[in-house]
Design a protein around this ligand. Structure first.
Ligand code: NAD
Length: 326
C-alpha cells in the first residue's frame, strides 16, 4: 500500500512541530509549511516549504496533491501579551483569516476530503467566564457569541467557514477548540509565550526566595493541556466521524497563583509573587470534556504536574544555556 501523505500548516510552530514528529512515528509522508523552521529542533518532515500562506499562489504550490490528512495550525498568535493588548488586532484578524480562506479553497479544489482546524477556547463568550470558580466552556455555550478578543472572533469566523465548506462542498473538516496547550519546545521568551512557559522561565531565572512578577492578582483560573495529550485528541478527532467543534483541553483547573506554587515546588525554590498590572483575558476558563468523551470515548489523562515537570526541565535548560552564551 502507498504511504499516506499529510500536510501540516504551521509546522514551524509549537504544536505543528510536535505533530510532524508524531505523524512521522506513525509512518506518514509529511510535508510541513511555515514562515520559518521550528525554533528548537530540526524538523522531521520529509519536505518543508518556507513561505507565506497568505499568498494564494504559494498555497497552490503547497497543496499540489490530494493529501490524506491536512492539519491547519498556522495562525498569527501569541500569549496574552500579544493578543489582549489590542495592538495586533488588525494583523491577527487579517493574517489568520486569509490563511484559512486560502488553504481551505485550494484543498477543496484538490479534492482533499477534510482538514483539521485548530480553533481556540478564546472564542467562548467572555460573560460566561467572569466567575473564576465556575466558568462555562461547554461547546453549546458559544452562541450568542461574545469573545473577549479579536483573536477569538477570527477563530469563530473560521470555524464557521470550515463548517460552511462541509455543508456546501461535502468536505469533512474537523474543528477542535484548544485550551492552553503547553510543553517543551514552545515559545518561552520574547512576548509571545503563554502563562506556563512564562512562569517556568521566571522561576528558573529567580534565586531561591526570589521574587517574580505575576500579571493581575493571580486568582484568575485556567486549565493547561500537555502537548502529547493535545496531539492524541487532534489525531483521534481528525480520523473520527465527528466534525466538532469540540474542546481539546484539560479539566484540571488552577489559579495562576497555584500554577506558580506548582512550578516553584518542581524547581525546589521558595518564590515570592509580586502582582503587577498586565493583560489578563477572562477571569476563569476551564475545558469541559463531556462532549469529547461522549463522541470519541477519550479524554486527557496525565496530570498538570507531570507535564509541568517536563516543561520546567526544558525551559530551565534554555535559561542556563542562554546565560552561558551571554
Ligand atoms: P505557533 O505560533 O507556535 O504556531 C503557529 C505557526 O504559524 C507559526 O510557526 C507561524 O510562523 C505560522 N504562521 C503564521 N503566519 C503564517 C503565514 N502567513 N504563513 C505560514 N505560516 C504562518 O502556535 P501554536 O501554539 O503551535 O498554535 C497552533 C494553532 O493552535 C494556532 O492556530 C493557534 O491559534 C491554535 N491554538 C493554540 C493554543 C495553544 O495553547 N498553543 C490554544 C488555542 C488555539
Amino acid at each position: 500500500m502507498a504511504t499516506k501523505s499529510v500536510l501540516v500548516c504551521g509546522a514551524g510552530g509549537f504544536i505543528g512541530s510536535h505533530l510532524v514528529k508524531r505523524l512521522k512515528r506513525e509512518g506518514f509522508w509529511v510535508r510541513g509549511v511555515d514562515l520559518k523552521f521550528p525554533g528548537f529542533s530540526e524538523t522531521e518532515a520529509d519536505d518543508f516549504m518556507i513561505g507565506d500562506l497568505r499568498d494564494q499562489a504559494f498555497c497552490r504550490q503547497v497543496v499540489d496533491r490530494r493529501f490524506d490528512e491536512v492539519y491547519q495550525l498556522a495562525a498569527d498568535m501569541g500569549g496574552a501579551g500579544y493578543i489582549f493588548t489590542g495592538e495586533h488586532d488588525a494583523d491577527v484578524m487579517h493574517n489568520s483569516a486569509t490563511i484559512n480562506l486560502n488553504i481551505l479553497d485550494v484543498c477543496q479544489k484538490r479534492n482533499v476530503r477534510g482538514l483539521f482546524y485548530s480553533s481556540s477556547a478564546c472564542m467562548y463568550p467572555a460573560h460566561n467566564q467572569e466567575d473564576p470558580d465556575n466558568p462555562n466552556c461547554s461547546e453549546g455555550s458559544a452562541y450568542p457569541a461574545a469573545p473577549d478578543s479579536e483573536y477569538g472572533w477570527e477563530k469563530l469566523f473560521s470555524e464557521r467557514l470550515y463548517l460552511a465548506y462541509n455543508r456546501n462542498y461535502g468536505m469533512r473538516n474537523r474543528i477542535a477548540r484548544y485550551h492552553n496547550i503547553f510543553g517543551p519546545e514552545g515559545t518561552w521568551v520574547g512576548g509571545k509565550e503563554k502563562a506556563p512557559a512564562a512562569i517556568c522561565r521566571k522561576v528558573a531565572e529567580a534565586r531561591f526566595n526570589g521574587e517574580i512578577e505575576i500579571w493581575g492578582d493571580g486568582r484568575q483560573t485556567r486549565s493547561f493541556l500537555y502537548i502529547d495529550e493535545c496531539l492524541e485528541g487532534t489525531t483521534r478527532l481528525t480520523r473520527s466521524d465527528f466534525e466538532g467543534p469540540v474542546n481539546i483541553g484539560s479539566e484540571e483547573m488552577v489559579t495562576i497563583n497555584q500554577l506558580v506554587d506548582l512550578v516553584a515546588d518542581i524547581a525546589g525554590k521558595k518564590i515570592i509573587k509580586k502582582h503587577i498590572p498586565g493583560p489578563l483575558g477572562v477571569r476563569g476558563r476551564n475545558s469541559d470534556n463531556r462532549l469529547i468523551e461522549k463522541q470519541l470515548g477519550w479524554k486527557p489523562s496525565s496530570s498538570l504536574r507531570s507535564g509541568l515537570e517536563k516543561s520546567y526541565e526544558w525551559i530551565e535548560r534554555q535559561v542556563h544555556s542562554n546565560r552561558r552564551a551571554a
